[in-house]
Design a protein around this ligand. Structure first.
Ligand code: DOR
Length: 325
């Protein structure tokens, strides 16, 4: 028998595959479908302080062969109060295994907003039902705002502020953008390592920011928001995601888990992420396209592959990428 359980930030997940924040994660109804699947955890859509509807439509586009997806959603979400509300969590988790973890994601428009949401969680009656918080420092789609984690000094000062709340919060992870240059990996890792008391995991990667899909028939961008510039996801970014997981696993303190995310759509893709050093793997675009049954399929595929390879536990695979031969 193959054991697919893992831990993220010390939290037990019965399977090492779960949903990425974003697709099909904005409402308790959508989250309850993830909760009922083989997904090892349930992660909500990135919240802002207030409910908001996001950028104008059309703001998403999928390549017809599903090699790439684009979104300029602009953080449509129900607001932090909704995602930490007892009724929402009850509805989302009612048909899940008792101990399936529920995670929230925060993507405040400012440090002030992030602190406000963190204070709300610290004093929420539901605090002990929120297993972890994913602080999204990588959203590319807030028009006029940069991708925070590309400015490591800003990331450092945010984490410094948030550190004041470490003891009153559930474990914290940081969602990172894709890095492309080894110097940038070093700079990001050194900031994250400096905050290892606070940061218990990183989720790598968010979408590759500001990509452009062009429609040759209309001779215009495929999506209207943000002049067509949008976050790129799906198989097109899988290899960048693998490299980010590999490099971050190498550079981060061993107390910081790396959760792999980016273009994962099969058990093989999960296995590759584990080899690169991921402790768990999130699925975003494939979940968006295929729906929550993707978790059952991917987990089954992973189980079969691990069986074939004689791997019995995640630890037999994790970080075990071999040298080229
Ligand atoms: O690609 C993304 N789209 N990443 C995010 O972090 C947020 C999301 C959105 O709502 O725009």
């Amino acid at each position: 028998v193959v054991e697919l359980a893992t831990t993220v930030a010390g939290i037990l997940l019965k399977t090492c595959v779960y949903n990425a924040s974003g697709p099909r994660s904005g409402t308790s109804t959508a989250l309850s479908k993830v909760a009922q699947s083989a997904s090892g955890a349930v992660l909500a859509k990135s919240a802002t302080v207030q409910k908001q509807s996001g950028n104008p439509q059309p703001r998403t586009w999928h390549h017809p062969d599903y090699i790439a997806s684009f979104n300029s959603e602009g953080l449509p979400n129900n607001g932090i109060d909704y995602y930490i509300d007892a009724t929402t969590i009850d509805d989302a988790m009612k048909d899940a295994d008792d101990d399936k973890p529920y995670f929230v994601s925060l993507s405040g428009k400012s440090l002030h907003d992030n602190m406000e949401m963190l204070h709300k969680i610290a004093s929420a009656p539901t605090k002990n039902r929120i297993s972890a918080i994913e602080l999204n420092l990588a959203c590319p789609n807030v028009i006029g705002k940069p991708i925070i984690a590309y400015d490591v000094d800003q990331m450092d000062s945010i984490l410094e502020q948030v550190s004041q709340l470490t003891d009153s919060l559930p474990p914290l992870g940081v969602k990172l953008p894709p890095y492309l240059d080894f110097q940038h990996f070093q700079q990001a890792a050194s900031v994250l390592n400096r905050h290892k008391k606070l940061v218990k995991y990183v989720a790598s990667i968010n979408t590759l920011g500001n990509a452009l899909a062009v429609d040759v028939v209309s001779e215009a961008p495929c999506i209207s928001s943000n002049s067509g510039f949008a976050g790129l996801s799906g198989p097109a970014v899988h290899y960048t995601a693998l490299a980010n997981v590999r490099k971050l696993r190498e550079l981060l303190d061993e107390d910081i888990d790396v959760v792999g995310v980016g273009g994962v759509r099969s058990g093989k893709d999960v296995f590759a992420m584990l080899l690169a050093g991921a402790t768990a793997v999130q699925v975003g675009t494939c979940h968006w396209i295929e729906g929550p049954s993707c978790f059952d399929r991917i987990v089954d595929e992973l189980r079969v592959l691990m069986e074939e390879k004689g791997c019995r536990r995640i630890e037999d695979v994790k970080g075990k990428l071999k040298a080229w031969s």
